[in-house]
Design a protein. Structure first.
Lengths: 146, 146
DNA sequence: TGTGAAACAACTAATCA
DNA sequence: TGATTAGTTGTTTCACA
């Protein structure tokens, strides 16, 4: 994991479909050398994979919310994960400092769908109380700069 | 934008480096037909691009926080965007319902870096007050299922 | 680890159904 | 809009430095 790897990652974050030759040209390496490094980064788990960035509105996932989750008593991190993972509307989940136990990021088709997802979230056995904050507009949504 | 397009998008979200031939095989189309549709989806802005999914820890971006932002008086959405966009630590920003005006998602190398980023965020002229919630662990972080 | 060469596979434009 | 064909480009394995 050196500077070259970081530059390769940076290229792939910018365009995951760039050819190895293109990346190699940008970082000063031959295509096979780039492939070898990318394979290793994937193997080590530093690169988790490649994905398409989709306009959520276009797919009909225009409504999102951040939900503070408060649990009954002490619930292990792993159980929270297992509880929220089955809901397809959950795009992110984090345990946090402060009064809440976790923050769950929901994405749904519309307000009605969001409500349904919230109801299912509240149905998770160890969840006591939720505080929702509905997103009015997405100002920014970008990968961290490598 | 039909079922075929959605299945193509779904394939690309799963693996953005899949070949057109592979995608075509999965959805029952020839490679050129897939390319034609992908090009059109990119052109329409439904597909915004392709990116690598990186383990933030590995890159040294292990600390994150959600920050409620409260503004002085009424600040237009666009100005909030312009205010937070220059901070590289900002990976997401949303205007929201409820008492806060916006939620900003920060990613930093460590607590110290996070503090610096917060200070710079608080330095944005129209920002009055911030309430930070530090992420203890990322339970889930995934693209929405297409 | 890097490179270059070579076999193989994929991309992409043009054409036709 | 999809398939097919054919020329070009990219991938990937290998031997070698």
């Amino acid at each position: 994991m050196d500077t070259l790897d970081q530059r390769i990652i940076s290229q792939l974050v910018t365009d995951a479909r760039a050819s190895y030759a293109e990346i190699g040209h940008a970082v000063g390496l031959s295509a096979p050398a780039v492939k070898r490094r990318v394979d290793k980064l994937l193997d080590m788990g530093i690169l988790r994979g490649f994905t398409a960035v989709v306009d959520p509105e276009a797919l009909g996932w225009g409504t999102e919310a951040f939900v503070e989750v408060h649990c009954h008593g002490n619930v292990p991190t792993q159980r929270i994960r297992e509880g929220v993972e089955p809901l397809p509307e959950v795009v992110g989940a984090y345990t946090v400092s402060g009064p809440a136990d976790a923050i769950v990021h929901l994405r749904a088709a519309d307000i009605h769908h969001l409500e349904t997802a919230l109801e299912r979230l509240r149905g998770v056995e160890f969840i006591n109380r939720t505080v929702s904050t509905v997103v009015l507009s997405r100002l920014l949504d970008r990968p961290p700069q490598a």
